[in-house]
Ligand binder design. Sequence first.
Ligand SMILES: NC(=O)c1ccc[n+]([C@@H]2O[C@H](COP(=O)([O-])OP(=O)(O)OC[C@H]3O[C@@H](n4cnc5c(N)ncnc54)[C@H](OP(=O)(O)O)[C@@H]3O)[C@@H](O)[C@H]2O)c1
Length: 93
Amino acid sequence: MDVTLITGASDGIGKALATQLAERKHNLLLVARSADKLDRLCTQLTKTYGIQAHYIPADLSKPDAAGQVYEECQKKKADNYAVGQQCRHWLQW
Ligand SMILES: NC(=O)c1ccc[n+]([C@@H]2O[C@H](COP(=O)([O-])OP(=O)(O)OC[C@H]3O[C@@H](n4cnc5c(N)ncnc54)[C@H](OP(=O)(O)O)[C@@H]3O)[C@@H](O)[C@H]2O)c1
């Protein structure tokens, strides 16, 4: 299963993009700092579009944050149950 990774996904353009891609049946891995907003969005997109949506709360201004997101992608891919098998797109705003 392919997973689309979107950073800056809790609001604005990233949120709109997440919604558009969910409508097109992309499974999603969403990143921003606000865990509460990401949680709500994932729940809404999952219910509305029948996709899998997960999130990683991360502050991408921190030097090690991108590495953590990358590792999380690898971990979930290896476990093969949380976000699926690969993160195909990296969309950084
Ligand atoms: N809207 C436009 O018309 C427009 C036009 C041209 C360019 N842009 C540029 O495109 C970008 C996005 O615009 P937008 O209107 O969608 O902005 P926005 O509504 O403020 O959304 C920004 C997103 O980035 C996340 N974010 C901000 N700082 C972050 C950080 N340090 N680490 C992780 N996530 C972070 C925010 O979530 P959290 O706060 O939860 O982290 C939010 O999800 C901006 O750089 C803007 O200048 C926008």
